[in-house]
Design a protein around this ligand. Structure first.
Ligand SMILES: [Mg+2]
Length: 380
């Protein structure tokens, strides 16, 4: 079995509701995915996806397309796609970073490995520990009244875990938002806060101290990526558990954070972390160091969500409560069958080969942005 064609397509789909993130990221209105199809000479197609969101990610959709067309695609051409480790080593030798581009191809190779022998990816990873995963629901920045109203509405749909986006408003307002959630819902819900690098250490310190006693599960990325001194200071306050998201993109970063005991949770995202293979490394660091894993998401379509689900059902150290399999529900449409796996705030892993989702060719054609299809030619 040999790879004989690769296609990468920029796909953009509007969100149902614009997503107000931190002051660093602004408001997101559309997904900007790169959908990758890896074709083999015996007629199989592997699906992959990258979900860049600059400046959260260093890569843009155009960068991902260029990297796949110019470097990673040609490396894979003519090779057996089941040699996932070999391709990973070749890709890492060619490019140091570019985790999203690498991740899209990695997902496609796992999909092909599963399809080539009729096996779900979760079985290839050692078997599943659960058949389904509860969803969390994230809320963009807003007023306290909006937070309470949104939580109440989603509870009625079966959601029990919420991620509250902060980092865009004055810190005293953010503290009041948290206190209002605690006062209104107490222990009836699980919730966490994501500052998305929108705070400096002073603001993070005030938030941690001002919300002491609030029963939130963790605060994600309270200081910018790489601010290890800031994390040490926050650890000294001994208030809430801390999660790393932007700060844990590579296994090397995971080793430092876990080794120094600076965080309690890693937010794993298969696109951010370079696909299933590299996410497994970070999950292993978490497991060996006694940390939890939140299976988180960027603004993702169904291929990345399916890859994350295949991984999530195999991990023994998921944090309690919901995980981020709501991404396609927040978009006006998807290009896969993933939404059909979600029933009442719970996603059920399919028993189908590979990643277990079908591509909707008509939807892909509809949402594909103009003039950005690329093709890699067979290596001669
Ligand atoms: Mg986050």
């Amino acid at each position: 079995m040999k790879v004989d064609r690769i296609e990468a397509q920029h796909v953009t789909i509007p969100l149902v509701t614009p997503y107000v993130l931190s002051r660093k990221y602004g408001t997101v209105t559309h997904s900007h995915a790169v959908v990758v199809r890896v074709y083999t000479d015996d007629g199989l197609v592997g699906l992959g996806e990258a979900d860049p969101l600059p400046p959260f990610t260093e890569e843009s959709w155009a960068g991902v397309m260029g990297t796949i067309e110019g470097v990673l695609g040609p490396l894979l051409m003519g090779r057996d796609p089941r040699d996932i480790l070999e391709h990973r080593l070749l890709a890492d030798r060619a490019l140091e970073g570019d985790l999203l581009a690498k991740g899209a191809l990695d997902m496609a190779l796992w999909d092909l490995l599963g399809k080539s022998n009729g096996t779900p990816v979760w079985r290839l990873l050692g078997g599943k520990l659960r058949g389904s995963v509860p969803l969390l629901w994230p809320f963009g920045s807003g007023t306290s009244a909006q937070d309470l109203e949104r939580i109440q509405a989603k509870r009625a749909e079966g959601y029990g875990t919420f991620m509250i986006k902060m980092g865009a408003l004055p810190i005293e307002t953010e503290i009041q938002r948290a206190q209002a959630i605690q006062e209104r819902f107490g222990d009836e819900i699980r919730w966490n806060v994501d500052a998305n690098q929108g705070w400096d250490l002073g603001m993070a310190t005030r938030f941690m101290q001002g919300t002491r006693g609030c029963g939130l599960d963790f605060v994600e990325q309270p200081v910018p990526r790489g601010d290890l001194a800031g994390l040490r200071t926050l650890r000294g306050l001994a208030t809430h558990p801390i999660s790393a998201d932007e700060g844990v993109q590579t296994a090397a970063e995971a080793l430092v954070l876990a080794g120094e005991g600076l965080v309690d949770v890693f937010s794993l995202k298969v696109t951010k972390n370079g696909g299933i293979s590299r996410s497994l490394d970070i999950a292993a660091v978490a497991r060996l160091q006694g940390l939890g894993v939140l299976v988180n998401s960027m603004i993702e379509l169904g291929i990345t969500q399916a890859a994350a689900l295949q991984l999530a059902v195999t991990l023994p150290n998921l944090v309690p409560g919901g995980h981020c399999f709501m991404s396609t529900l927040r978009l006006t449409d998807d290009i896969t069958s993933f939404r059909g796996l979600v029933r009442r705030a719970e996603v059920h892993v399919p028993d189908l080969p590979g990643l277990g989702v079908e591509l909707d060719e008509a939807a892909l054609a509809h949402h594909a942005a103009e003039g950005v299809t690329i093709r890699s030619r067979v290596r001669t």
